[in-house]
Design a protein around this ligand. Structure first.
Ligand SMILES: [Mg+2]
Length: 128
């Protein structure tokens, strides 16, 4: 089944890279949108149905942790799986994000297949 994805990262180059990995992975994506921070991401999530969110942690305006927190508090957005993609891989940070509701974690820099495998796992678990 085709799904819609939202890529949240303050680096345009990283957003393009993630988009290309998804494109080349053979996933059936019917919509791939981007946001530069948590504020923009919540705007996008408000406008259309998103099946999975891939988010950075360190971003201006609203970081990824706050985005995950806001989504978890939201009746509709609570069920949308979030995969965190960040250089910050301290155990407490990852544990906190998972406790808040994130479903997956990929440490930057990453190999394309690592992201693909994590996406597959999370999408399967979420039954998207
Ligand atoms: Mg960043």
């Amino acid at each position: 089944m085709a799904f819609s994805v939202l890529i949240v990262d303050d680096s345009p180059a990283m957003r393009s890279f993630i988009r290309r990995v998804i494109d080349l992975s053979g996933f059936e994506v019917d919509n791939c949108s981007e946001a530069a921070d948590g504020v923009e991401a919540l705007c996008q999530l408000d406008r259309r149905w998103i099946d999975i969110v891939l988010t950075d942690i360190n971003m201006p305006n609203m970081n990824g942790e706050e985005l995950v927190r806001r989504m978890a508090e939201h009746e509709m957005l609570r069920s949308v799986p979030v995969v965190v993609i960040s250089t910050d891989s301290t155990e407490t940070r990852i544990e906190r994000l998972m406790a808040l509701g994130a479903k997956g974690y990929v440490k930057k820099p990453f190999l394309p297949e690592t992201l693909r495998e994590e996406l597959e796992r999370v999408l399967e678990e979420a039954n998207v």
